[in-house]
Design a protein around this ligand. Structure first.
Ligand code: CO
Length: 286
C-alpha cells in the first residue's frame, strides 16, 4: 500500500457569482487552479438571507458536469427542458451539461441556515457535445455507511473500499470514474480506504480539524488539499472531530480552454459555444 500525502493546498477565496451570491471558491478560483478532471469547487454557507436571495438566474453550461450537494437549506432549480426540482439537506443533483443546458439555481435558507457545495467535473472531448442529462438523488438513495475507524460516510459516487468491505454510491460508470464521499469523523477517529492509483484526489475539510497521510499533516479548513499519488488514503480527525469531502477521479490529460461556464478543448469550440448561446441554439433537447 502506498499512502497518499498532502501535496498542495489551494485555499478558498471569498467570491461573488450569479446575481451576487457570496461563496468560497478553492479549485477554479483562477485559471489553472484545477485538479484534472476537477475544474471548480464552491462552498456556499450563510446565516444572512441577503447573501443568497438573488440566486443564480438563468445561465448556460457546456462541456462538463456540475454536482450540487446540499447540507442545509434548499436549492430550487429549473432548466430549459422544463425540469424542475428542489434539493433539500443531504440531496444531490448530478447534472451532465455536455452539449448545453440553461438553468437557474436559487438557494433558499431553512431556519436561517444554508450550506452546500457545487463541484465541476470535466468531460472527455468525445462526450462534450452529447445531449444533456441529470439525476436528482434524494438523500435516501445515498448510502450512509459506518466506518471501521469510527464515524460514517455518505457515498455519492464511486465505491468506498474499506478492507474487504465495499459500498457503491448511485453514480457509476462515468468515464472519469469519480469517487465522491462526505466523511463525518468523530474526535480521534482514523479513516482509511483504498483509492485507485493514478486517479487525482483531494480532500476539503469544511468543519473541525483533521490530518492526512502517514505523516499526519494538518489540513487547513476550507481549502482544496491535493494529495500525492498512491493507492490508499488515511485521514485522522483532531480533538473537535471533522467533516470533509474526499474526491478522486481519473484524469483526462486533454487540453482545457475555459470561458466562464463553457469548458472545451479549443478556442474555436469556445467561440462556437458563445455564438450558439447568443443564437439560442446552445440548449438542445435532452
Ligand atoms: Co449552473
Amino acid at each position: 500500500m502506498t499512502p497518499r500525502s498532502l501535496q498542495r493546498v489551494i485555499p478558498s477565496l471569498a467570491v461573488a457569482d450569479g446575481a451576487g451570491v457570496k461563496l468560497r471558491r478553492s479549485l477554479g478560483a483562477s485559471q489553472g487552479l484545477r485538479h484534472d478532471p476537477f475544474l471548480l469547487l464552491d462552498e456556499f454557507f450563510s446565516d444572512d438571507p441577503n447573501d443568497y436571495l438573488a440566486g443564480f438566474p438563468a445561465h448556460p453550461h457546456r462541456g462538463f458536469e456540475t454536482v450540487t450537494y446540499m447540507l442545509d437549506g434548499h436549492m430550487q432549480h429549473q432548466d430549459h427542458l422544463g425540469n424542475t426540482g428542489d434539493l433539500g439537506p443531504g440531496d444531490v443533483q448530478w447534472m451532465t451539461a455536455a452539449g448545453g443546458i440553461i438553468h437557474s439555481e436559487m438557494p433558499q435558507q431553512t431556519n436561517g441556515r444554508l450550506r452546500g457545495f457545487q463541484l465541476w467535473i470535466n468531460l472527455p472531448a468525445a462526450e462534450k457535445m452529447q445531449p444533456p442529462a441529470y439525476r436528482d438523488l434524494p438523500a435516501r438513495d445515498l448510502p450512509m455507511v459506518g466506518l471501521l475507524g469510527g464515524g460514517e460516510a455518505r457515498v455519492i459516487a464511486g465505491v468506498l473500499t474499506q478492507g474487504e468491505q465495499t459500498t457503491a454510491g448511485p453514480i457509476q460508470g462515468h468515464s472519469t470514474a469519480p469517487l465522491y464521499l462526505d466523511l463525518h469523523l468523530p474526535a480521534g477517529s482514523v479513516f482509511e480506504a483504498s483509492i485507485s492509483a493514478g486517479h487525482n484526489a483531494f480532500v476539503y475539510v469544511y468543519d473541525g480539524d483533521a490530518n492526512v497521510g502517514a505523516e499526519q499533516t494538518p489540513l487547513p479548513l476550507r481549502a482544496a488539499c491535493l494529495l500525492s499519488d498512491g493507492d490508499q488514503v488515511r485521514v485522522g480527525a483532531g480533538d473537535h472531530g471533522a467533516r470533509l469531502l474526499l474526491l478522486a477521479a481519473k484524469p483526462l490529460h486533454e487540453p482545457v480552454v475555459q470561458y466562464g461556464p463553457f469548458v472545451m478543448n479549443t478556442r474555436e469550440q469556445i467561440e462556437q459555444a458563445i455564438s450558439d448561446y447568443q443564437n439560442g441554439t446552445l440548449a438542445q433537447p435532452g
